[in-house]
Structure formats: structure tokens, C-alpha cells
Design a protein around this ligand. Structure first.
Ligand code: PFF
Length: 482
């Protein structure tokens, strides 16, 4: 039997680990994606489903990922191979890590393009371009950006390059330090914006939009999107949290860390939503405006408020930094896999993977202009297709398999020692990951399988999962390992 391959190093303190994990969780998902999908899927009912998903699926999956990471002590592919071996499970569990590595690279490809928008907005804001700008002027600026391939590619490249350089350096301590002041800074500016939102006269309407559920607007597709977003926003199902947990030492509590991360992530998303929808309603904008929502609303607020130039610049700088700390965690599983399993230097791995991500990102750039009418999945542009496949399929599937592994394959005493929960709470955890979380994910998947819109991607996933199963069977000579 070959030696276990393990990650070296560990976080200096528990709070640094929490900060880094919060840094991974809090990003464009909270500030950009949550408000725009909430707008698209009708508000309150969607938010309620999302909150349920965080509580009933997100948090237990987060704990599961932490357990696997700390136990597997390696990149996701190797960590899964390690824990499978130690618990007499099949080798095929490594495919779960591979699913995560791939999902991370695909997500980063569009993440970098959108973070590029924020970089562009930061520079515009520093130049005072938003001072006095109304909703129409800001809308035109945004349209102009989307129409220009050169600009989009320039900002996408700049963001991708920054991510690569940081990851290549393995700047864990740099990231640790930056995150320590970034997250409180972001929270502080959101509070200032919240103060502004209350002066628009539309705060109550925004609050109602987010928290008063209208179930007539809820569709199965919305439930799938809400669940997918719970995975996306908590960075679940793809091994980011697993890699981070592989650096956590035994004396730290992963339960406490997990609860803090989920809490911080949710609060920041809700605050961003409250602010953005106040501005949307105050300016007669469309809540369902799509991916441009954040970029078409907040500059209006910055243009009107005293000191808006400064706050605007700071805000977009923080968005970029929040995106950066997430981007690092998106590529880290792949980089550490190449480093540990393919004996490639960290620098080479970061540049190679970064280049691949950059090229795929060009598809997202084009989907806002030249390829706007080209559909890759039915009725979905390149960007929408990658977003759909990753957030709504690969991440929930990854999370589902993780809970199945913990619930049915991993030895109970290992889980017990990892979580250090009282018996009743441990039983609640087991009940959720054995029954509630998997069944919820499967129901949402299955209901989408019967919806015409998502039929093809869902069939493709089913075939993919079956192929992995077959390959494993053939490799094992048709004899089940356990
Ligand atoms: N959680 C990040 C966000 O909300 O922006 C995105 C993300 C990072 C997703 C890392 C997945 C991941 F592994």
C-alpha cells in the first residue's frame, strides 16, 4: 500500500482559520450574485428557501467538508483517497475531489471576469466618475463596459494575474493578514451603505421584498437555484473548505468555526440585499435586472451621498479584495493537487492552471457581447451555462456525496472525535446528513430532471455519475472492495 500524501503546515490560530474560511465564503456570491438572483426569482420566498438551505444543508455539509479535510489532510482528490482507504471505502471516492477541482476552475473562469468589472468600477470611482451620476448614466456606463471585449479582457486578465501571483507565492501568511482587516472593513462600509439606504425612503419596501414571502412566485427552478447558491456562497462541494481544513490542527473546534462562517456569510449577503433593493426601488430600477444589478445600483448611491467618492472607491476596492480571497480558495484545490500528486512546483501549477482558467473566462467575456445570442445549454449563454453546471449541479452533487461518505462510510468514532458534540447534537447532525440533506438535494435534482428546461444537463450528470461508477467497477475487476 502506498504512503499517504499529506499537506504540510497549519494555520497559526483558530481565528486565522475562521477569517480565511470567511474570506473564501464572502465574495461576489454575497455582494453580486445573491441580490441579483433574489431579484430574478421574486424576493422573499426565494430568500426563505435559501435560508433554510443554509441551515439544513449548508451548515451540515460545511461540517462534513471540514471533517474530511482535517482527516484527509491533503488536497481534495488525495484527501478523499486517504479517508476512503482509512475507512475501507472504494478508491472511486477520489472522483469526488476531482469534481471539486474541476468545479473550482470553472467557477473561477467567470468569477475573474465579474471581479474585473469591480476593478473597472474602482478605477472609475477613484476618478470621480460617479459624482452626481444618475441611474441612467450609470446604466450606460455598464452597458458600455459589457459591449467592449477589449476592456472586459483587460480587467479579467488583471484580476486573473493577481490571483495567480498570490497563489504562486503560496502567500498564506499574506492572505491571512490581509483578510484580518478586509472583512471588518467590508462590514463597516456595508453598515454605512445601510445608513444611506434608510434615507432613500424605500428601505421598508426593500425589507419587505427580501423578507415577506410570496410563494406564488416560487418555482422548482428557484428552489434549485436557492440550494445551489447555498453551496456557492459557503464555498461548498468543491474542496475549498476541505483544503483549508487540512491545515487545521486537532485542538481547534470545527463546529464553532463553521457556525461563525455561516453566520458572517449570511449577514453580509442580507445587508447587501437590503442596500441594493432600497436603491433599486428609489430609482425605479428593475429588481430582476440580472448580473448587472450591483453595478447599476450602488454607483447611484455613491454619486448622491456626501463623501461618496471615497466610500465608492473603498467599496469597490473591498469587493475586489473579497473576490480575491475567494478566488484564491477556488484555485487552491487544483494547485495543491498538482503540487502534491503530480510533483509540479507551486509556481508552475499556479501559472498553468491560471492560464487555463483565463482562456475559459474568454467565453464569459464573449457571452456579454459577440456570443450574447449563442446558447450552450438550452436558453443559456456560455456564462449562464457554466454558472448553472457548477453552482446548480457540480457543487450540490459534491456536497451530497460528501454527506453520504460521512454518514455511511466513515467510522462513527472518527466523526465523533472530530465534532466533539454532545450525544444529542451528534445525533441531530447524523439525522440531517443521513436523511434530510441528501433527500432534499435528490428531490430538487429529480424535480429538475422532469422540468424540460434542465433536462439535458441533468441527464448528462446522471450519465457522468454512472460512468464513474462503471470505471471504478472495471478497475476493481468487478469485485466490490467493501
Ligand atoms: N463563496 C464564494 C462567494 O460567495 O463569492 C465563491 C466560491 C468560493 C465558491 C470558493 C466556491 C468556492 F469553493
Amino acid at each position: 500500500m502506498s504512503q499517504l500524501k499529506l499537506s504540510k503546515g497549519s494555520w497559526s490560530t483558530q481565528s486565522v482559520f475562521i477569517m480565511a474560511a470567511v474570506g473564501s465564503a464572502v465574495g461576489l456570491g454575497n455582494l453580486w450574485k445573491f441580490p441579483y438572483i433574489t431579484g430574478e426569482y421574486g424576493g422573499g420566498a426565494f430568500v426563505l428557501v435559501y435560508l433554510f438551505c443554509i441551515l439544513l444543508i449548508g451548515i451540515p455539509v460545511l461540517f462534513s467538508e471540514f471533517i474530511l479535510g482535517r482527516n484527509g489532510k491533503a488536497n481534495p482528490v488525495q484527501a478523499m483517497a486517504n479517508v476512503a482507504r482509512e475507512n475501507n471505502g472504494s478508491k472511486a471516492w477520489a472522483a469526488l475531489g476531482f469534481n471539486g477541482v474541476l468545479a473550482g476552475l470553472l467557477i473561477l473562469s467567470f468569477y475573474s471576469v465579474i471581479a474585473g468589472w469591480a476593478l473597472f468600477y474602482f478605477v472609475e470611482s477613484v476618478q470621480g466618475k460617479f459624482v452626481g451620476a444618475d441611474a441612467k448614466a450609470v446604466g450606460n456606463l455598464f452597458e458600455g463596459l459589457l459591449g467592449s471585449q477589449v476592456e472586459l479582457i483587460f480587467w479579467h486578465s488583471l484580476f486573473a494575474l493577481t490571483t495567480i501571483v498570490i497563489v504562486a507565492k503560496g502567500l498564506k501568511s499574506g492572505i491571512e493578514k490581509a483578510i484580518n482587516f478586509l472583512m471588518p472593513g467590508l462590514f463597516f462600509i456595508l453598515l454605512i451603505l445601510l445608513g444611506y439606504a434608510t434615507t432613500t425612503g424605500y428601505f421598508a419596501q426593500s425589507f419587505e421584498f427580501l423578507f415577506k414571502p410570496d410563494f406564488s412566485k416560487l418555482t422548482w427552478n428557484a428552489v434549485l437555484v436557492a440550494m445551489g447558491h447555498a453551496f456557492f456562497t459557503l464555498s461548498l462541494g468543491m474542496g475549498s473548505m476541505m483544503v483549508y481544513a487540512s491545515y487545521v490542527s486537532k485542538q481547534h473546534s470545527i463546529v464553532k468555526a463553521g457556525l461563525w462562517i455561516a453566520f458572517a456569510d449570511t449577514i453580509i449577503a442580507l445587508l447587501a440585499g437590503l442596500v441594493i433593493f432600497s436603491i433599486v426601488f428609489a430609482n425605479g430600477l428593475e429588481p430582476g435586472a440580472g448580473p448587472g444589478l450591483l453595478f447599476q445600483t450602488l454607483p447611484v448611491a455613491f454619486g448622491e451621498m456626501a463623501g461618496g467618492w471615497l466610500f465608492g472607491s473603498l467599496f469597490f476596492a473591498l469587493v475586489v479584495m473579497a473576490a480575491l480571497s475567494s478566488a484564491i480558495s477556488l484555485i487552491e484545490p487544483a494547485v495543491s493537487w498538482f503540487e502534491q500528486n503530480w510533483a509540479m512546483s507551486r509556481i508552475k501549477a499556479a501559472w498553468l492552471l491560471g492560464a487555463i482558467v483565463w482562456v475559459i473566462g474568454l467565453g464569459t467575456v464573449l457571452s456579454f457581447n459577440a456570443w450574447a445570442d449563442l446558447h450552450f445549454l438550452p436558453e443559456k449563454s456560455f456564462f449562464d451555462s457554466i454558472d448553472f453546471i457548477t453552482a446548480n449541479i457540480m457543487l450540490p452533487l459534491g456536497g451530497l456525496m460528501m454527506t453520504i461518505f460521512i454518514a455511511w462510510v466513515m467510522k462513527k468514532q472518527v466523526v465523533e472525535a472530530e465534532l466533539e458534540l454532545q450525544t444529542e447534537l451528534l445525533n441531530v447532525f447524523y439525522f440531517i446528513i443521513k436523511w434530510i440533506a441528501p433527500i432534499a438535494v435528490i428531490i430538487v435534482f429529480a424535480s429538475n430532471l422532469v422540468s424540460k428546461e434542465n433536462l439535458w444537463p441533468m441527464i448528462a450528470v446522471s450519465i457522468g455519475v454512472y460512468l464513474v461508477y462503471l470505471v471504478n467497477k472495471v478497475r476493481a475487476g468487478g469485485v466490490a472492495e467493501r
